[in-house]
Design a protein around this ligand. Structure first.
Ligand SMILES: [Zn+2]
Length: 327
């Protein structure tokens, strides 16, 4: 698929310079570089600014917030890479900060429209939920935000060695955890998920999970299981959830999805059967939607189907299906 990397979080070719993660001298040089700067995360949210909150906020390496000592799971600064002009980029989690007198009632929820302003940062530089602003960021800012959020999220849930249970420590500039007790090394986790555009003639298979807002449908998706190829996962998930047999499967596009640690593999699949039999435990409904109806849904004019959520790979795949640009 020619447009594959134009998906939200599709990447920007960031130079991650993995070779310096374990090089103390090079890392110190990077931290002391006059253009070195750091982005900030707080309870999964990223600090952004601008009229539309469409730019990442950066602080210098001398900013007091970096020395404030907020207690977090990822207390070390994480090296993200070098910008195109050579400036080193870092990320720091300050989740231990307690905002006083600010609305945090929906922080951590699926929809969070609140913004938090740290008193040491310039007015208008606020923590915002990434899903809310992801389509407004430049590809570079989106890659940095997704990377930092995924790595920091991993530290939050992987404080202890998975082999022996002892507390592990951060090494490799944030990209690894090491266990002193048993010597095990642990790496940031990425969970593969297939999401599939299953077509039959001029229709696409859409499903909805229990609890979704009325009218919300999306492409079927599911985790890839150990020992399984992407193609097999697509066929199994569609059979399990909708009872539809799938033949040819092709890879289209991938999307890092740091909520918390997925890598979405967008695939196209050809249905060999039309009849739908849902598994009511997995999904609430599945339907075939014609191209014409999907166009109406995208235009917000369909009486029963809401448009897919912008920024998610489902929206991207459907949009390209409608535009006939899947090749
Ligand atoms: Zn261990």
């Amino acid at each position: 698929m020619k447009r594959a990397e134009q998906v939200t979080f599709g990447g920007s070719g960031l130079n991650r310079a993995a070779h310096i993660r374990n090089d103390a001298v090079a890392l110190t040089e990077a931290r002391q570089h006059p253009q070195a700067a750091c982005i900030l995360l707080w309870r999964g949210k990223v600090m952004v600014h601008g009229d539309r909150l469409d730019k990442l906020s950066w602080v210098t390496m001398a900013h007091p917030i970096l020395k404030a000592g907020y207690q977090t799971a990822a207390e070390e600064i994480i090296f993200l890479g070098f910008e195109d002009d050579g400036a080193p980029s870092f990320a720091l989690d300050i989740s231990g900060w307690e905002p006083v007198g600010q609305d945090i009632s929906t922080v951590g929820g699926f929809v969070d429209r609140t913004e938090q302003q740290h008193p040491d940062c310039a007015p208008g530089h606020v923590f915002a939920e990434l899903r809310r602003i992801m389509t407004r960021l430049s590809p570079r800012d989106a890659e940095l935000a997704a990377t930092a959020k995924a790595v920091i999220g991993w530290h939050e849930t992987h404080q202890f060695c998975a082999r022996c249970g002892a507390p592990s420590e951060i090494v490799q500039a944030g990209w690894q955890r090491s266990c002193d007790a048993c010597g095990a090394q642990h790496f940031p986790r990425t969970d593969p998920v297939v999401i599939m555009l299953i077509t039959h003639g001029d229709s696409v298979l859409m499903g909805r999970s229990p609890g979704w807002p009325e009218g919300m449908y999306s492409l079927l998706a599911g985790f890839v299981e150990p020992g399984e190829t992407l193609e097999a996962a697509v066929r199994r998930e569609v059979m399990e959830e909708a009872g539809v047999k799938v033949g040819q499967v092709d890879y289209l596009s991938s999307q890092p999805w740091p909520f918390p640690s997925s890598l979405m593999f967008g695939c196209a699949g050809e249905a060999l059967s039309h009849e739908i039999e849902i598994d009511p435990i997995e999904i609430e409904d599945a339907i075939w939607v014609t191209r014409q109806d999907m166009m109406r849904a995208f235009a917000g004019e369909h009486p029963e189907i809401l448009p897919a959520r912008e920024g998610a790979i489902a929206h991207f795949l459907l949009e390209n299906w409608l535009a006939d640009t899947l090749d």
